[in-house]
Design a binder for this molecule. Structure first.
Ligand code: CP3
Length: 377
């Protein structure tokens, strides 16, 4: 059964531009891999590559809160660039947070030390959903301004004289947004959750509340993604971090249509889409139906098995267990080699972790993985 949200006319409006106008011109190995094109070696970057494990980030955090960093383009750009250069990655993900769009929608939240995000008045009723504002996405342009600065930095001629175009070393710039389900789960639960009882209760409600929430999120997320693409993002990653909490049926009936529509709209902006979730082994074939160019894999599914369940012509990103970065380097090396072997030189692989780098991860091990990929990939 297709969910009600599918039949909504606003979700079916035609794309304004043909896809890949912008991306098809890129020769960065990262963007090429997203488009399933051949590359000179496997591109890599790390989820949460700028974070508390990194002394340079902690030095900035000493003087600024997380939200201050996100909302100050100069600092967000600096944090993004520092992490990308320190690790020698092929892509820089803009420093921002998934929850930023909640503010212009009228929901206050904060990051409580050690607890993660807390939304002060989580939404539980249709009236609250009706009140959510979809007209203020322009307030998020500080993220686009940070992207502009990062794009300008990496577009400058490099010390070796090489320039972006025709050079696969050109860094890709990743903008990102939350997927409708994962963002909705924070808005409804008020923070992280174990069982998603409130989110699922709202999802199962029969008065159209969930569909209305999905539509409102789509409106804001589309505008926010467009700002990021206009500012120079080469690729948009859609984080559906908590999609793994859903059964295949619930994902299909309550999330697939809105996510598919979001993917389609972002692709119509001319960039490829990476769609990522955690604990998604059984959901992968359904997530593929969104039409995303790349699926991000967590570490629980071996890459070759995931590829088998997804079929050809789809790029994948992943999938080293982030906790392996605490192991001795010989263990790390064997796991990295295993993932590369599982990919068996097929086009369309971006090496990454299966989820974000956690605090206290030894920086030298993250750098070691990058060096391995450059040598072996
Ligand atoms: O280089 C990078 O990737 C960092 C940029 C980034 C942040 N948040 C900054 C941040 C990105 C890509 C995110 C996305 C994000 N935010 C996700 C999706 C990615 C994922 O991990 O699945 C989610 C679920 C959030 C919401 C969020 N923000 C949580 C649950 C937390 C607390 C968890 C934690 O690690 O403490 C945050 C805080 C946060 N966002 C931090 C960073 C660097 C760490 C806290 C800090 O610096 O004070």
């Amino acid at each position: 059964m297709l969910p009600a949200v599918r039949s909504n006319a606003t979700l079916l409006s035609p794309p304004t531009q043909p896809p890949f106008v912008k991306a098809s011109m890129s020769s960065s190995r990262f963007v090429r891999a997203c488009l399933h094109q051949p590359v000179d070696r496997t591109p890599f970057w790390f989820l949460r590559q700028a974070g508390r494990y990194m002394p340079e980030y902690m030095a900035v955090r000493k003087h600024h809160s997380l939200l201050e960093i996100c909302r100050t383009p100069e600092i967000a750009a600096e944090v993004t660039i520092t992490a990308a250069e320190r690790l020698g990655v092929d892509a820089a993900i803009i420093f921002a947070d998934l929850l930023l769009p909640l503010t212009p929608m009228g929901l206050d939240f904060e990051f409580v030390n050690g607890e993660g995000p807390v939304v002060h008045q989580p939404i539980r009723t249709r009236e609250q959903i009706e009140k959510l504002d979809t007209t203020r996405a322009a307030e998020l342009t500080y993220v686009a301004q940070a992207i502009e600065k990062v794009a300008k930095h990496f577009a400058a001629p490099r010390p070796d004289g090489a320039r972006g175009i025709d050079n696969q070393d050109q860094l890709g710039i990743i903008g990102f947004i939350g997927a409708p389900f994962t963002l909705a789960s924070y808005m409804i639960e008020g923070g992280g959750s174990r069982n998603y009882i409130e989110a699922k209760k709202l999802m199962y409600s029969t008065d159209g509340s969930w569909q209305l929430l999905m539509e409102k999120l789509l409106t804001v997320l589309t505008e926010y993604a467009q700002q990021q693409v206009d500012a120079g993002a080469d690729v948009i990653q859609i984080f559906d971090s908590w999609a793994g909490a859903l059964s295949i049926s619930d994902y299909r009936d309550y999330c697939l249509a809105a996510t598919t529509e979001l993917v389609r709209r972002v692709q119509a902006m001319g960039v490829p889409v990476i769609y990522f979730g955690v604990d998604t082994a059984s959901l992968l074939p359904t997530m593929k139906q969104t039409g995303a160019d790349v699926l991000g894999l967590d570490w629980r599914t071996p890459l070759d098995e995931a590829r088998k369940s997804l079929g050809p012509n789809l790029a994948v990103q992943g999938n080293l267990d982030p906790i392996t970065l605490f192991a001795p380097q010989e263990v790390i090396e064997s796991r990295v080699k295993e993932i590369l072997a599982q990919n068996a030189k097929q086009p369309g692989h971006i090496f990454n972790l299966g989820h974000g780098i956690v605090p206290n991860t030894p920086v030298e091990n993250v750098i070691f993985v990058g060096e391995l990929i450059k040598r072996l990939g």
